[in-house]
Structure formats: structure tokens, C-alpha cells
Design a protein around this ligand. Structure first.
Ligand code: GLC
Length: 739
């Protein structure tokens, strides 16, 4: 840091401490806040509740504002979507040197799957089932983001969803609540570390509270309407997991829940979040959602919308300016109390205190630190390993993969084969597409001079042009092996990107048919931000590797799998339907009174379709390896409140591999219906070829508990089944009685 900056930092600290010394002895953080509160005008208090953009990337419908002037006048408390040392220092300097009370800004950004080093999208990361790796990826993201002046990320997104039409499944952990909670905890820990005062940590923001992942028809922003039991059992626990893990903030969701938008939902934001769950951080709205209360039809104008949000428990207004425009008048008209304002301001200032911003508003950023941290070689190496861990081998007939070492020419064909931008996925923060490794580049890096890698795009992702088919087929005929690079563009998932048809877009299925008809060995590398309904492709492709959007090191990590250098270990955390007509289709469903029984396929009066099987194309927890695993010798015993489970897992193939051993429960009879299976544990284990390991789990009554109609969570005695296996189709089972 330059001498002038040190001097300015000293002046800030000196002038800021004057505020407190003038009030007497050394003060604790809370006292400091109370003293500051007393000095703040109403305008300055409202300023702390206002988050503005500084003219950078726009992530929602917004009007540009001159935020420098607003900062100088103390009318802004937080900035979104601005980072990099020079830009952050320039704005922070205005706040801490030119505003009256010198209150530092907090800088937030969507660091969703990495900041500069971009990791696989979160739905892909979930498929690794590697909680340590997920936590580590967030630690790296925090180091890079904080080095660029960010102290707050609008992440983790922990919305559970059972509907792949919804584009934002890309940002989450999939359909299972229990796994979603474990991943949420890992992400919060990764971002926040042990102490937010650590300048290399950033504050997490659990979003989108709540139940944003259950929009009717899978259409983003659409109505959420469900039973309270479903809300409590499936959709709320992941946010609570973030609160329990110490997340410093929560973001409200755009949707309503059973008639009340989250942003004006006092039951959600105050009664449940603060009084029941004990949340002590601050609540920020999603982009402009206070003003959207007018469209929801619960507020007649912005003035009323601001009052509703404040009464509900919203502390900070992201980009609607409703608070900035209305709160002062609302207080004068006694429609909002000064106490409500002070409580909101207190929550925001406490967060800034926890981040150490009052001690050092710059949190030690410097050009040197920025250059050292950004895309450090060890971060890129970690990203490459993560790409490989996140890929899921869906199909591999006759051991098509890995590509045989005898192959001399590989043809890469398809619209995703050499696309840098798509590798980043959505929510790319500071990711640089030019630094991304495409599939073609990754294979060339891997092949060196030994194998020729040739490429034809064949078609575009999403149009009807078949003009490239001939060149693609001709290229395939020249090769020993074909890699078909198919899937979605990254913009087809993420926010405001729902799809009513989730098959391969454009004419990619036709291209696949033409290329596969050549008879060459073919493996499909699939890129997507959601489970796709790929029944047509699945019927003809010998091998399919789901790779999501792998980020900066996508091509290298995928090449590690295709070459066999990494044995795939990923398992999907969201069901792949046969058809969009099956949605919602998920593993932890109920049995119904007329369940379809595969052993009686001709039964009419059962829960089934006339035109499709009930089961999905690929079930939750599924993923193949280049080796095979055999499960046996399951033992379940009860010892007091403990349920001890053990099973043997053997690597029965001819190469080492990693298996995600999954444990499911089923309560055979309950006071209300229970899912046919519920994930309650997993172990990601490495086994040498031929090796057997005895895997043990310990459950307690807490793992058997569920929400009842009175919304209380407790277990019931009775007969249970345990299932252990490599997917939710686990069939190794044993019953036990639990009192
Ligand atoms: C967007 C998203 C939210 C994001 C915010 C700021 O609309 O819904 O996830 O954090 O705005 O970019």
C-alpha cells in the first residue's frame, strides 16, 4: 500500500476513533454501533439501508445512478457488482474521507462458483459429493474476491428444486434437502472461514429465502404455493443450515409463498428467521424486489411497498430505491417507526463491524495482493481436479470410455467443442472467458504430438441449420474415435432462463444420429446447466459424460476423464427425467395407494403413464465409474439411540476408483405418509482394484425425525428399512425396529 494510502488510512482511523473517544472510554463493537447510531441523521440511517450499483455489470432491471454523489451524501451503505482494487478504493475513499460520518461501504457481488478462477457450476460441484472440495473452492473464491475488494458474496444459493425446467437449478445443489444442507454448510464455512475479520474471508448471503426453487411450471419468478409441511420438510431446511453455520446475511426471494411475497413476509423474515431460528445477521432483498410488491399486488405504490418490507424485517434494499425514496416520509407519517429503522441500521453496521471494515475499510487490499492471488497456479490446479470430480458418467456401453490408447485420430464434433464462453457457465463474476480451456484445447493439451485432434462444429447449439452436417460426418470418417460435444448454451440456464422443453436444443439430436451412423466409436460430452431430457440421444449414444459447465479448467478436467487419467466418480444430485412430461420426478417421492409395481407391468389401475415408464432416465445419486463396485454384508443394529449400519463395498473392476456410498432410510409406516427413500448419509471412498472396505454409518433418532401437521419435527417408533448403495436405486436393504 502506498505511503499516501497509509496516511489516509491513519487519518480515517484517527477521525473515526474520535467519534468514540469523544464518548468516553474504549467501547465494544456494539457500543461503537450505538454511539454511531446516536450521531446519525435519519437520512444517514436510511443511506445504510440502500444498496446501489456503481455502473458495472447489471444483474437485473435497473436505472443507472450517480452513486459517487450518493456515497458522499451518506445515502449508500453498500455497493453491488463493483470490484478490483482501484475501483473499490476510489468509492471507499469517498465514503470514509468525504462523507460526514465516514461509515465504510460493503462491496457485494455474485461469487457463485468462483471469482476469477471459475469452478464448475454449483449443480456440477454438488455431483462431486466432495464437501471438502466444495468448501475449499469457496475459500479460494473468497481469497480472490477479497483481494479485489469484495467483502460480501450473494451466495450460497441453497434453493431446493425438483424441476429442471427452472433455469436456476444450475446454481443450487439439486433436489435433496439433506445433501443440500451439508453443501450449504460447506459453502458458508468456505466463504466465511473462522472469523470474518480475516481479510481473506467474505460474508455469505444465503439465498433466495424462501422456496424460490419451487415455482409453478418451473417458470422463474412464478408463484410458489405448497403445504406448510412441504415447506418445512423440503424447502426451508437449507436456509436454516446456513443460519446455523453462521451466514452473515440472507437474501429474500422474488416469489410469493402461499399468497405473501417473501419480501413483505413478516412470518418468514421475522417470526421464523429471527425469532425461531435466531438469525442475527442482516436481510437484503433481491434485486428491486421491494418495488415488485406492486406487481405482486400487495402494495399500491412504492411508498406502501417500502413500509411493508420494513415491517416484514427487510434491512437493506437492493436496487429498488424504495427505501431511499420513501422511508423518511414514512417515519414522518409514523407509518414506520424509528425503532424499526434503527434495528435495520444496527444489523447492517454490525455486519460491517464483524468484517473489520471500521478498523480497515480497505481490508488490506493492494495491487500486489491482487496480482498474487488472482488465478494462482494452485487455484487452477484445484479447479482442474474439481472439473473431473464433478463430471458424471451416465452411460458407457462396452467400455467405450476411456478413449483407447491405440487411437491415433480423435474427431471433436459439436457446437460445444470449442466454446470458451460456454465453459464459464452463468454467474461468472470476474471470470475471463479468454482464460477458459475448451474441450478441444483440453484434448490437444492431453494428446501432445501423439494423437491428432480434429474439429468440426457440425451445427449451432440452438437453430435449425444442418449445413455443417456433411463436414462433420466426413470428419468422423477420418477419425478412430469421435467426441460429440453437445448440450445447452450457458445462457439457457441461470436466472430468467427456464425452458419448457429440456431436450437437446436445435438440431443436435439429428447431428448425433448422423455421426453415430458412421459406426465409429462415439462418446458424447454433454454440457448443461440442468438435467436434460435426453432420451433420444441416450437411445443411440454408446457413452455419455455429463460435464455441466466446468469453468476455467473445463477442457483439461474433461480430457483427464476421457483419457482415463481420472476415473469418473460424480453422481447426479438431481433426477434426469425421460421426458419433461414426468416433471416433477424425484427420488424421495411417496408410494401412493396404488403404486406401480414393475413385476406387474400390465396393471391398469395403478399410478402410471400410458406412454412412458414411471422411472426417470437416470435417478438421483447415479453415476458410473470405469470400474465396478459390489455391495454386500449389510448389518444394521440398534444400540439405544444409535442405529449402527455397516456394509462391505468391493472394487470388482480392474482399476482403482472412487465410490460415493449412499445411505437411505424408509419408514415403513408413519402417522403421515413417508418417502420411499430418504438420503441420510454418504461416504466418498477410494478403493484400489480388488479392494474391499467395510463402510460404517451411525444414525440417531434425529435422522428419523420429520415434520408433522403441527409443524413440529420428531421421530416415530416403528419399522424402518435401511438401503446402502451407489445410487437412490440402492437395493441392498435390511429392516430394523426403532423404539
Ligand atoms: C439477481 C439474482 C440474485 C443476485 C442479485 C444480484 O436478480 O436473483 O441471485 O444475487 O440479483 O445480482
Amino acid at each position: 500500500m502506498k505511503a499516501m494510502d497509509i496516511l489516509k488510512k491513519g487519518i480515517f482511523l484517527f477521525s473515526f476513533s474520535i467519534l468514540f473517544i469523544s464518548a468516553g472510554a474504549q467501547h465494544t463493537g456494539n457500543d461503537r454501533i450505538e454511539i454511531l447510531l446516536k450521531k446519525m441523521t435519519l437520512k444517514e440511517k436510511i443511506g445504510q439501508l440502500n444498496q446501489a450499483m456503481a455502473g458495472w455489470e447489471v444483474t437485473g432491471p435497473s436505472a443507472k445512478v450517480n452513486c459517487r454523489e450518493l456515497i458522499r451524501e451518506g445515502k449508500v451503505g453498500a455497493i453491488l457488482n463493483t470490484y478490483m482494487v482501484d475501483s473499490v478504493m476510489a468509492l471507499q475513499r469517498i465514503a470514509v474521507e468525504e462523507s460526514r460520518l465516514k461509515i465504510p461501504l460493503i462491496f457485494g457481488n455474485d461469487v457463485i462458483h468462483g471469482h476469477c478462477t471459475i469452478f464448475p457450476i454449483p449443480l456440477g460441484q454438488a455431483a462431486s459429493w466432495d464437501l471438502d472440495a466444495i468448501e475449499q473452492s469457496e475459500q479460494i473464491a473468497a481469497k480472490e474476491a477479497s483481494a479485489e475488494g469484495l467483502s460480501w458474496t450473494f451466495s450460497p444459493m441453497v434453493d431446493i428444486s425438483r424441476d429442471p425446467r427452472w433455469g436456476r437449478v444450475a446454481e443450487g445443489a439439486g433436489e435433496d434437502t439433506w445433501l443440500g444442507c451439508r453443501i450449504a454448510e460447506a459453502r458458508v464455512k468456505g466463504f466465511q472461514g473462522k472469523d470474518l475479520k480475516d481479510p481473506r474471508s467474505i460474508m455469505a448471503c444465503a439465498k433466495h429465502f424462501g422456496a424460490y426453487g419451487a415455482p409453478q411450471a418451473g417458470r422463474d419468478y412464478n408463484t410458489v404455493d405448497m403445504s406448510m409441511i412441504s415447506l418445512y420438510e423440503w424447502y426451508l431446511p437449507t436456509y436454516k443450515a446456513c443460519v446455523d453455520a453462521g451466514a452473515g446475511s440472507i437474501m429474500t426471494s422474488f416469489n410469493e409463498i402461499n399468497g405473501t411475497p417473501s419480501t413483505s413476509n413478516r412470518w418468514l423474515l421475522t417470526d421464523l428467521l429471527r425469532k425461531s431460528w435466531g438469525f442475527r445477521g442482516f436481510v437484503v432483498t433481491d434485486f428491486g424486489s421491494i418495488s415488485e410488491l406492486i406487481s405482486h399486488g400487495v402494495a399500491v405504490n412504492e411508498f406502501q411497498a417500502a413500509a411493508l418490507a420494513m415491517h416484514a424485517g427487510v434491512d437493506m434494499d437492493m436496487m429498488s430505491r424504495a427505501y431511499e425514496n420513501s422511508l423518511e416520509e414514512l417515519v414522518k407519517e409514523k407509518k414506520v417507526t424509528l425503532t424499526e429503522i434503527d434495528n435495520a441500521v444496527r444489523n447492517v453496521l454490525l455486519a460491517k463491524m464483524k468484517l473489520g471494515l471500521f478498523d480497515d475499510p480497505y481490508r488490506g487490499i493492494s495491487k500486489e495482493r491482487e496480482q498474487k492471488e488472482i488465478m494462482a497456479p494452485e487455484y487452477l490446479a484445484f479447479a482442474r481436479k474439481m472439473v473431473a470430480e464433478c463430471c458424471v458418467l451416465l452411460k458407457n456401453d462396452k467400455g467405450t470410455l476411456p478413449i483407447p490408447v491405440t487411437v491415433k485420430t480423435i474427431a471433436v464434433i459439436g457446437p460445444l467443442g470449442d466454446s470458451k464462453r460456454n465453459m464459464l457457465g452463468n454467474w461468472t463474476s470476474a471470470g475471463d472467458e479468454e482464460k477458459c480451456v475448451t474441450l478441444l484445447e483440453g484434448l490437444k493439451n492431453k494428446a501432445g504430438n501423439n494423437v491428432s485432434i480434429i474439429y468440426e462444429k457440425g451445427c449451432n447449439t440452438n437453430d435449425q441449420d444442418r449445413g455443417g452436417f456433411k463436414a462433420a460426418v466426413d470428419l468422423a470418417s477420418k477419425a478412430d474415435f469421435v467426441v460429440l460435444a453437445l448440450g445447452e448454451d450457458e445462457w439457457m440456464s441461470g436466472e430468467a432462463s427456464s425452458r419448457a422443453n429440456i431436450d437437446l436444443p436445435g438440431v443436435q439430436n439429428d447431428l448425433a444420429e448422423e455421426v453415430i451412423r458412421t459406426g465409429k466409436p462415439v462418446a458424447v460430452v454433454l454440457f448443461s446447466g440442468r438435467p436434460l431430457a435426453i432420451s433420444r440421444l441416450n437411445a443411440i449414444a454408446p457413452a455419455i459424460l455429463e460435464t455441466w459447465f466446468g469453468g476455467t479448467e473445463a477442457g483439461n478436467g474433461i480430457a483427464d476423464i476421457l483419457s482415463g487419467d481420472y476415473n469418473p466418480s460424480g453422481k447426479i444430485t438431481m433426477t434426469f427425467p425421460r421426458s419433461v412430461g414426468q416433471i416433477p420426478v424425484f427420488y424421495n417421492c411417496k408410494n401412493t395407494g396404488r403404486p406401480f409395481r414393475p413385476a406387474e407391468p400390465d396393471q391398469k389401475y395403478v399410478s402410471r403413464y400410458l406412454d412412458l415408464p414411471n422411472d426417470p432416465l437416470y435417478p438421483f445419486g447415479y453415476g458410473l465409474s470405469y470400474t465396478t463396485f459390489f455391495y454386500s454384508n449389510l448389518k444394521v443394529s440398534v444400540n439405544g439411540n444409535k442405529i449402527l449400519v455397516a456394509a462391505d463395498v468391493k472394487n470388482t473392476g480392474n482399476r482403482d476408483g472412487i465410490e460415493v456410498v449412499q445411505l437411505y432410510i424408509h419408514q415403513k409406516v408413519g402417522s403421515i405418509t413417508r418417502p420411499v427413500k430418504e438420503l441420510r448419509g454418504f461416504k466418498r471412498i477410494s478403493l484400489h482394484k480388488g479392494e474391499t472396505a467395510r463402510i460404517e454409518f451411525t444414525l440417531t433418532s434425529d435422522d428419523l425425525a420429520f415434520y408433522h401437521p403441527d409443524l413440529k419435527k420428531y421421530y416415530e417408533s416403528g419399522e424402518f428399512e435401511i438401503f446402502v448403495g451407489g445410487s437412490s436405486n440402492a437395493s441392498l436393504t435390511q429392516s430394523f425396529l426403532f423404539k
